[in-house]
Write a protein that binds this ligand. Sequence first.
Ligand SMILES: Cc1ncc(COP(=O)(O)O)c(C=O)c1O
Length: 458
Amino acid sequence: MNISSLQAKHMMQCWSSQKNYNPLPVFKTEGCWIFTEDGRKIFDLRSAHECANIGFNHPHVIQAMKEQMDSLIYVTDDFASESTASLAKKLSELTPGSPDKKVWFGQSGASAVEAAIKAARFWQYNRMFNEKLPEDRGVQYPYPYKIISRYRSWHGSTAGALSVSGDPRRWFTEPVTQPGVVFGPDAYPYRSPMGQDEDGIKAAEYLRYMVQMEGGSDFVAAIIVEPVVGSNGIIPAPEAYMKRVREICDDFGLLMIVDETMTGMGRTGKFLAIEHYNIVPDIIIMGKALGMYCPLSACILSDKVARVFDENIFGHGQSYSGHALACRAALASIEVLEQERLLEHTREMGNYLKLRLNELRDKHPSVGEVRGIGLMWTLELVKNRETKEPIRSAGQKYSDNPVKLLADYLLKEKNIYVPGDKFGLWITPPLVVTKEEIDYLVKSFDESLWITDGYVEG
Ligand SMILES: Cc1ncc(COP(=O)(O)O)c(C=O)c1O
C-alpha cells in the first residue's frame, strides 16, 4: 500500500468527511515549495497553515534544532533550560508594553487561547475579591466571567477556544460550548453588519453597548480580537477600531486579549500585527509560526496580569509546556526574521502583491475586494460587485462552492496549493517569497479566475 492510501486508511483528516481523503505523497519540502513523489513541484500558498513563515527547511533553524537535540530536547518546567528561558525573555521584550511579562508555552493556538481565557477570568476574580463589593451589586455570581468575541473569528478547536470562535466550526460542539461568551459585530468595512463603517467605529461602539448590556465591569472579563481576522476572511481591523476597543476595555476595566496565532512572526510586516496599531494589549496569544517547524504556542501575560499569579495558582498546563527543542526552533526562526530582514521584505513584497492583485480586480468581475496587509491577503469573491453577494457565504461552510472549484483547479493545473473552503482566494505565501514567484502566482490566478467569473450574475 502506498503512503497516501496508508494515511487515508488510518489517519483522520481535520474538518473533513473521510471518504474522499486523498493526500498527495510528499518526499521533500524547500522554501515555498512542496515536492511530490509523482514529480510535481507545488507552491504552498498557505505556508503550511501559516506555520512555515520563513519557508520550509531553513538551514539556520534546522542546524539549531540539531544542536539542541544533541544536548537537551525536553525537561519539565521544574527545571530550567537555556532555550526555554531565552525565548520567554525574548517574547517578553519583543511584544508591546513593559518587558516584565510572563509567558506560558503550549503546543497549539487553541491551548494558548484557553490559557488566556483562564488567566483573564482569574485576574477578574481576584480583582473582584480584593475590591470592596458594592452593597447594591445585586448579583450572585461573584466575578466577571463573560468574554466578548466577534462572529468573524477563529480561536481554535478545543472547548474553550471554540466557545469564543464565531466561525461555523463552533456549530459542531453547540450547545455544549462554554457559557459566558457573547458575540459582537465584525469590523469589516467591505460588508459591515453596521452599514457604512469604514473606520469600524460603529462596530466598536456596538461592543461598548454590549459590554454595558452584559453587566459592565461586574460581569465582563475581556474582549478577544484577531487584529487581522484570519480564517474568516483576512480582514485587517481598521486602526480607529482597535484603538477604540482598547479604550472600551480601559473604560470598563476589561482585559484586551489579542490573538496573534496567525498574524505573529512577521506575517503582516511587523513581528506582531498589533504593532500597526500602537496599542498595548493585556494578553497576547501566539502559535503557528512561532515554533516554525515544531508545535509551539505562547500566552504572553502583561506584568499587570501576570502579577496576580505570584500568590495564586495558574490553573492551566500541558505535559510538554516549554519544550526546549521547540523553543530553540522559535529562537532560531526569530534570528532568521531579524538577520534576513524578513519584516522589511514582507512589507516590500506585500506592496508589490497589492499592486498585482489590484490588476486582477480590474480584470475579473468575481473579485469583489482585494484586502490584506503584509503577506496576508485575500481576493474576496462575489457573484455581483454591486450587491456584493458573496460567492460563498459563511453558512455554506461545508458545501461545495466555487472557491473550492477554483482551489482544486489551481492545485491540479497550476501546482498552487491554496485553502479551498474560504470566502475567496487566500494569498499567505512564506515570507521569503520572491517577486518572480509573486508574478507566477498572479499569472496563474489570472488564468484561473474564469472559474469564479462564470458565476457572476448578469
Ligand atoms: C487566530 C487563530 N487563533 C487560534 C487558532 C488555533 O490554533 P491551533 O490550530 O494551533 O490550535 C488559529 C488557527 O487557525 C487561528 O488562526
